[in-house]
Design a protein around this ligand. Structure first.
Ligand SMILES: Nc1ncnc2c1ncn2[C@@H]1O[C@H](COP(=O)(O)OP(=O)(O)OP(=O)(O)O)[C@@H](O)[C@H]1O
Ligand SMILES: [Mg+2]
Length: 112
């Protein structure tokens, strides 16, 4: 199992959510976050002018899913979250050791 953590533009959440559901994702967690990337919250930088770092609002989507769904989910996010402009966000993928459904005690993929 893996966790896909994506940082996306807030107004694209609905589209990304729908695309993830279409590839079979059954559960997800979202958080309103703030962050910055290489442009430090600015779309332009001018030489000789000092800019302070601006945190911009983003949405973090966390999805834990079976290994074989990872590539499909990444494609779904890329298709819906990309505008081609600075600040489209990022996808982080990490291994997940265990999942436990609290109600039943089921473990592993059965608990997803
Ligand atoms: N290395 C990172 N670690 C953690 N969060 C990051 C990282 N890079 C970007 N983010 C998060 O993703 C959001 C969007 O980043 P952004 O898309 O601007 O990245 P970028 O590397 O500057 O790419 P681009 O050049 O396309 O803008 C940031 O506001 C921040 O929340
Ligand atoms: Mg950026």
């Amino acid at each position: 199992m893996r966790k896909i953590e994506s940082i996306i533009r807030p107004h694209l959440l609905e589209a990304v959510k729908t695309a993830l559901q279409e590839v079979g994702v059954v559960g997800m967690t979202i958080t309103e976050v703030k962050g910055f990337g290489r442009q430090k919250g600015h779309t332009e930088t001018y030489r000789g002018t000092e800019y302070k770092v601006e945190f911009l609002p983003k949405i973090k989507i966390e999805v834990v899913l079976p290994e074989e769904m990872v590539d499909l989910a990444i494609d779904a996010i890329l298709k819906t979250a990309r505008t081609g402009k600075f600040g489209d966000g990022k996808i982080f993928v990490m291994p997940v050791e265990e999942v436990i459904r609290i109600r039943t005690g089921e473990r592993g993929e059965a608990a997803l």
